[in-house]
Design a protein around this ligand. Sequence first.
Ligand SMILES: Cc1ncc(COP(=O)(O)O)c(C=O)c1O
Length: 424
Amino acid sequence: MSDQLALLGGPKAIREPLPTFLEYAGRTFGREEEELVLRALRSGCLSRNGGVMVAALEREFAARLGAARAVACSSGTAAVHLAVAALNPEPGDEFIVPPITDMGTILPVLWQNCVPVFADVDPETLTIDPDDVERNITDRTRAIIAVHLAGQPCQMAQLRTLADRYHITLIEDCAQAYWAKCDGKLVGTLGDAACFSLQQSKHITCGEGGLMVTSRPELADRAGLFADKAWPRDSKDLGGARFLFLAQNYRMSELQGAVALAQLPKVAEVAQRRRQRALLLTEMLANVPGVRPPTVPVNTDPSYWLYMLHIDEGAAAVSTAQFGEALLAEGVPAWVQYIVKPLYLASLITELRTYGNSQYPFHPYGRQEYKAGLCPQAERALNHVIAIHWNENYSESQVEQIRTAIVKVARHFASSATARRPAK
Ligand SMILES: Cc1ncc(COP(=O)(O)O)c(C=O)c1O
């Protein structure tokens, strides 16, 4: 293999394009999905109200995860909204969130007229830092939303202790972390409620969709109603009892339910294959100067939605952005610096663009200044990380090629730096 970077005209380290989540080769669809979709179509009813697929998905998902109830809905964002709305919070209540996540974690807080309060992350795992969560708790805090980023579980025991001590709710955002474990238990069973996304890129998918799970019946009941206009379908007395409170239509269709139901038995193996490939790469990257595999605390077992490659710019003798650009040119699919900036620097938040010009609910309830420096660890970490797209269908040879690409790029910049150094 030539040492010449693909960026400079050399051959790519990745010989054939890797499977991606946007195509059949990078997903786990098969006969099972086809059969259930056909069964749904042939039943003639594609709405969950009258159909059987979505109801079966809810039962099966809760049973496999080990939670009492699951409520299916139209997206991961909707699932977070179900968890938030199930608490029936007061306007101005505060939800402590991490700044590195998808905006889908935060939008529901705002739609429910509450304010996000950003707590910093652990710079190694990029998950919310329990100590900073505690510093941000006030008498208006309603819940913590713990995001298991890139498949890496948060430190749930510490967060649970805080939630219990301060009588606040603990919501898990598991959109990126199906079947990851913390202290030997599946994430999604460790908080009061948990949210999953079935969007195209996730461990299992039906294109778009979501699931909110909980073992607290009152939260499940309210979430189920919230997803269906607060219309108690099973009630015989529909007169005055129709439309019980302000809610949404977040219903999942039977076609989505059929695909997700067929995906469900595959999720444990998908997580296991992602884990096995990721650990292989981690092993292969030992002692490559300038790069560091994801840090995995011993009490956690991630399920690797992404593979977070840390760049030590001093040792690598190059910026993370340049390193990432060279890796992309080699054919490694990645987001350089993941979401680039923490979410509190998105214009929605810095300019308080919400309902008309009201700035509501930031005005009058917000108390943080959404500007650079709010969460320094998150800002620093984002500047030093390359999020390699991970896939259960990578072969060992493809993982080897990713390693070759990383080593090639690392060596190139290290040797250019040596060549530039003046002789003593
Ligand atoms: C951590 C996290 N939360 C929430 C969401 C929102 O999910 P969806 O895109 O299905 O609305 C995502 C989606 O990427 C996510 O990664």
